[in-house]
Design a binder for this molecule. Structure first.
Ligand code: GLA
Length: 712
């Protein structure tokens, strides 16, 4: 029997279509997410609904109730104890704004008066679609939201190869890969804060293949814009269809919704590319630079950070000499990290002082203004570290406001890194945290950069403020952070704010709406960074990746790598240094100065160019990538040898990508006196350079090259 649909909704970008139809019963179904369909109206007649046994997976926003029995996007418990919600299409509207088309689809359960508005924002040029849900309790009594996903995407293919990310402190964003099988695979975080330290709310799905490809095949990528507990689930039903649910993790979070109230879920970000993982990354990055990252694509300054060079042990004199060295080497900012505050409980280690944001008068009696002004007088910007969401038990703050600490009544409050979490679900704590930022900004007439840290996860959760509403804690905490950041951005639109959470513990597109960059990892070993940066960059653009040159043996891994290798690795993100410059020999200083100077020549490509990954550290002994300007007139290539190669190999051929085949490019290796490529200095066509003829001879462990290409 051919069943005609009642309504058709096409959410379109330049190359993709997401087509939804409402069937005869008014159920909204996803008919297609894939290549752009020139005439979507043909889907009105398509016989999509004739199989009653597999109908559940085509629902665009499935709820518990009716005939639906799989993983729901929405699960509501009503005041009378019932769980049934049956949403019916009511209408939709389309508006446009700032390069995007917004489609809002209204659904209603007429028995309970629950309303759901699905909002799709399609970024045409970037081929990115955002989806979120606005759930309104139109009934008279309070209800409980038990599941409230942002998006439910139906994807049809013969095989689904999932790439996702796992890790831990100083080893974030490792890659896991698996072919999905029937039933449900879940990737989630229940950590509250530092939500992304172990898993990241993002993934890539390579369709109809057993193997991951950088350049070929259809890839769907997704990422959730939320910095709290998240859950992504991938369910293949008996029909072989995949449905991906992305949203806030409902773990311990049945959210109460009063009569008339609306809950707005975070955005789930989708893209699809026929050009493999590389195409999907470039779509996400282009969108992120323009819309998804605070001041995305702006070139942020190179810097010297005091942490690994001084830790907690410094005086004004130490800082001034580091500033001198930073200026001499050509860096553009000095960032004073942890250890500058606390008097009654001085911050001389991680066990005291957190929460007491007054400058430590024995370390810096002259005050922060003095140090900041000195930096400015040397032509450097000045940045400073804070961790305003946290408190040491040994602090004046903990004594003054014990009820601000996350805790469960009658139980011991567990410490981690000797600290407790402040309860950001409490508006008074939000005011305090905003106040700390505000106060820090006033320590000197011009603070250019704040490093915002968050060094532990939530444990034994509970909020004195929320009283009987403990179910709200995890969601309200994250909303609390966003409330604070909204206020900060209203008052301080141009300060650069780094999102650090023991490294990459808060790396997600929810945070990046407010933060300019991330501290990619506390692991500063350039060899380990090849893996961390490669994977981070699959989802997040290079402009956000803080990457620092540190001392050897590396303080985390003990590994020893050449200084040039460390620079070349850091230069593929936002370059910084994090060591005591006094420990460098004159020869090393010269290497540093040269690498910093050349970075300034090409870094706009790192911040704004399109990435093409040429060799994956997961698949061989090299990590190689390049960034190409939008007009394809300039490019920079980074090539890193991670393991010793048999000398008979001779060279490492790379097929450059993204170049104009017919233009000629002058190729120059930077930061060396003798190039590793025979053709250095010459001009070659994009076609030639993409053929494999570009083959630097980088064979020894941790040898590396940076090549700058300019079209003639
Ligand atoms: C965390 C950060 C580091 C540094 C220390 C300071 O571990 O990731 O970069 O700021 O805190 O305590």
């Amino acid at each position: 029997m051919l069943v005609a649909a009642l309504a058709l909704i096409a959410v379109e970008t330049d190359n993709t279509s997401l087509i939804m139809v409402s069937d005869q019963e008014g159920v909204l179904r996803t008919a297609h997410y894939g290549e752009r369909i020139s005439d979507p109206s043909e889907f009105l007649a398509a016989d999509l609904f004739s199989d009653p046994y597999s109908e559940s997976h085509t629902r665009s926003y499935p709820s518990v109730g009716g005939t639906f029995i799989n993983q729901p996007a929405l699960h509501v418990k009503y005041a009378d104890g019932t769980h049934n919600t049956e949403l019916v299409y009511k209408g939709h509207s389309v508006t446009s704004s700032d390069g995007a088309t917004v489609t809002s689809i209204d659904l209603l359960d007429s028995v309970t008066s629950l309303e759901v508005r699905l909002v799709f924002t399609a970024y045409e040029k970037e081929n990115v679609i955002l989806e979120h849900a606005e759930i309104r309790n139109g009934g008279k009594k309070e209800i409980q939201l038990l599941d409230y996903a942002s998006s439910s995407m139906t994807i049809e293919a013969g095989k689904y190869l999932l790439t996702h990310f796992y890790g831990g402190w100083a080893t974030e964003m490792n890659i896991d890969r698996e072919i999905l099988t029937h039933d449900t695979k879940v990737i989630e975080s229940r950590r509250g804060t530092q939500a992304t330290q172990c898993n990241n709310p993002s993934f890539l799905l390579s369709l109809d293949t057993d193997s991951f490809s950088e350049n070929d095949g259809e890839v769907v990528a997704g990422a959730l814009a939320w910095s709290g507990n998240f859950r992504l689930s991938f369910e293949i039903d008996e029909s072989g269809r995949l449905r991906v649910l992305g949203g806030i993790n409902p773990f311990a979070s049945s959210y109460p919704l009063a009569s008339g109230a609306t809950f707005v879920t975070p955005d789930m970000i989708w893209t699809r590319s026929p050009e493999g993982a590389g195409g999907a990354s470039r779509n996400l990055h282009r969108w992120a630079r323009k819309y998804g990252v605070y001041a995305g694509g702006t070139v942020n300054p190179t810097l010297l950070n005091s942490w690994e060079g001084a830790y907690f042990t410094f005086t004004t004199e130490t800082l001034l000499r580091m500033i001198d060295d930073a200026a001499d080497m050509g860096l553009e900012m000095f960032v004073l990290d942890d250890g500058w505050f606390g008097n009654k409980f001085p911050r001389n280690g991680d066990d005291a002082g957190l929460g007491d944001w007054d400058v430590n008068v024995s370390k810096i009696p002259e005050g922060i203004d003095y140090v900041a002004s000195y930096a400015h007088s040397k032509g450097l910007k000045f940045g400073i570290w804070i961790e305003p969401e946290m408190v040491n038990p040994k602090s004046e703050l903990a004594l003054a406001h014990p009820d601000w600490v996350v805790q469960s009544p009658g139980r011991e409050i567990p410490t981690a890194r000797n600290q407790w979490v402040l309860d950001l679900s409490n508006p008074a704590v939000q005011d305090f945290v905003f106040g700390i930022f505000d106060k820090t900004m006033s320590l000197a007439p011009s603070i250019d950069y704040i490093k915002w840290d968050c060094n532990r996860t939530v444990a034994s959760f509970g909020s004195k403020y929320l009283k009987k509403n403990q179910d709200r804690f995890y969601v309200d905490y994250c909303e609390g952070i966003y409330n604070v950041m909204r206020r900060i951005r209203e008052k301080y639109p141009s300060v650069i704010v780094q999102c650090c959470s023991s490294g990459g513990g808060r790396v997600d597109y929810g945070a990046l709406r407010w933060f300019n960059e991330i501290w990619t990892s506390d692991d500063t070993d350039a060899f380990q960074r090849a893996y961390i940066q490669y994977a981070t960059n699959l989802i997040y653009p290079a402009c956000v990746m803080g990457s620092h040159v540190s001392a050897v043996p590396n303080h985390q891994s003990g590994n020893v790598t050449p200084l040039k290798f460390r620079f070349d690795m850091a230069c593929s993100g936002r370059l910084g240094m994090e060591l005591q410059p006094k420990t460098l020999t004159p020869e090393e200083r010269a290497v540093a100065e040269r690498c910093i100077a050349s970075y300034k020549e090409y870094r706009d490509l790192v911040f704004r160019g399109d990435v093409y990954r040429l060799a994956s550290p997961y698949e061989g002994d090299y990590y190689s990538l390049m960034y190409v300007s939008e007009d394809r007139s300039r490019a920079v290539v980074f090539d890193y040898c991670l393991r010793y190669q048999n000398r008979a190999v001779g060279s490492h051929p790379l097929k450059l990508r993204g170049l104009d085949p017919s233009r000629k490019y002058r190729v120059r290796e930077l930061n060396v006196d003798r190039s590793s490529w025979w053709g250095d200095g010459g001009a070659y066509s994009g076609e030639f350079l993409s053929s494999g003829a570009f083959a630097p001879s980088l064979l020894t462990t941790y040898s590396s090259g940076v090549f700058y290409l300019e079209a003639l």
